[in-house]
Ligand binder design. Structure first.
Ligand code: NAD
Ligand code: MG
Length: 376
């Protein structure tokens, strides 16, 4: 039995993680569960899963405490709670399913304390991949990716050395606008949220619609598998049956396939290197019929090239990429800016940024905090 913390337990990945833990009954004890503001859902989940601690934004501390009145479950606020959940020596595995830049501190603390990190929060690696890797080397911490593409790469690698990789073929569903030819300037919030193949939180749904998500995933793959950005090709595969592929130095290509359901990569991250039984609907090749592949339209989806330029620039440029994008996605979701202004503003801010080479973790947080203060 391993002890586990779930950060972002009330979100979409949180929901799927809890279903996986139901499937893995007896293998994990949930010690900490966190949420940002949905204290009612967190209280219900806590009553069901009986963690030692729950963690919530301080505004909802009293409300949550009241709802848990007669239980033994202790309530912490985000400020100290997320640090405790990722540094408690009894905790072996941390699931980081927090969305956005607020997921970085927990990833860093978990890496400092040698945890196994089942990572959904790709933003941590976009912002600080090199720093996180250095920390993990020192402490023996390990990241197991929850992102389906990176899980597919890990599964396709099946224990082979990273040095045998010639290139990665990162598949993308293409999001709700993949068949558009005309400008995306006037698309609505509802259009942008309507992902064809996956049901996810709002922020990643918008990132999928701009395809910034695929740019982030390219950066995530660079850090996870020690690759050069140019070793990664992005290809649209609308059926989302192949979740990504590894082309080896001898020309062989190995892919991982399955129905699009996050429970599979989550369970693999939690049981790695083992596989455990799971009764989900299976991929049916007769139903699937054909698989299609085509190049993304880089003019309609400039985010891909903006992200590649940011990782090639390095230093604190990917921090600007991440955090300006995050703020602009929320502005779009509030109806304050147009869809196309998300990436336009990211580009504008990157062009003004004075990059710091080899930033420390503190410098990364300084750049992030300055952007939040100025643009939010
Ligand atoms: P979501 O919006 O459904 O859930 C986000 C969770 O984070 C919630 O529990 C929320 O309470 C918590 N949270 C939000 N802001 C916070 C803050 N400031 N401090 C502490 N906690 C906060 O998002 P999601 O779709 O579950 O995505 C979570 C992460 O997983 C993202 O980084 C996303 O890119 C990644 N991811 C998601 C999917 C998916 O299928 N949903 C797939 C791959 C990767
Ligand atoms: Mg993904």
């Amino acid at each position: 039995m391993k002890n586990l913390s779930i950060l972002g337990a009330t979100g979409s990945i949180g929901d799927s993680t809890l279903k996986v833990l139901d499937n893995l009954k007896g293998h994990f004890k949930i010690m900490y569960m966190s949420a940002n503001n949905n204290y009612k859902k967190l209280a219900d989940l806590a009553k069901k899963y009986d963690p030692e601690y729950v963690i919530i934004d301080k505004v909802f501390y009293k409300d949550l405490k009241e709802l848990l009145g007669s239980t033994k479950i202790k309530v912490l606020t985000n400020e100290d709670g997320l640090i405790q959940a990722t540094s408690d020596p009894r905790v072996q595995v941390v699931v980081n399913a927090i969305v956005g830049s607020f997921g970085l501190r927990p990833t860093i603390t978990a890496a400092e304390h040698g945890k196994v990190i089942a990572l959904a929060n790709k933003e941590s690696l976009v912002m600080a991949g090199e720093n996180v890797n250095k920390l993990m080397k020192k402490t023996g911490a390990k990241i197991l990716p929850i992102d389906s593409e990176h899980s597919a790469i890990l599964q396709s690698l099946n224990g082979e050395e990273f040095s045998t990789i010639h290139r990665i073929i990162l598949t993308a569903s293409g999001g709700p606008f993949r068949d558009r030819k005309d400008s995306l300037e006037n698309v609505t919030i509802a259009d942008a949220l309507a992902h064809p193949n996956w049901s996810m939180g709002d922020k990643i749904s918008i990132d999928s619609a701009t395809m910034m998500n695929k740019g982030f995933e390219l950066i995530e793959a660079v850090h996870l598998f020690d690759l050069k950005p140019k070793q990664i090709d992005i290809i649209i595969h609308p059926e989302s049956a192949i979740h990504s592929m590894v082309e080896y130095i001898d020309g062989s290509v190995i892919a991982q396939l399955g129905l699009p359901n996050m429970m599979l990569p989550i369970q693999y991250a939690l049981t790695y290197p083992e596989r455990k039984k799971m009764d989900l609907p299976r991929l049916n090749f007769h139903k699937l019929g054909t698989m299609n592949f085509y190049e993304p339209d880089r003019k309609l989806f400039p985010a891909i090239d903006v992200a590649i330029a940011a990782i090639n620039e390095g230093g604190t440029v990917p921090v600007v990429l991440n955090t300006v994008n995050e703020i602009m996605v929320y502005k779009f979701l509030q109806g304050k800016i147009k869809f196309t202004e998300i990436v336009e503003n990211v580009e504008k801010e990157i062009s003004k940024h004075k990059k710091i080479i080899n930033p420390t973790i503190d410098q990364i947080f300084e750049v992030n905090d300055e952007i939040w203060k100025r643009l939010h």
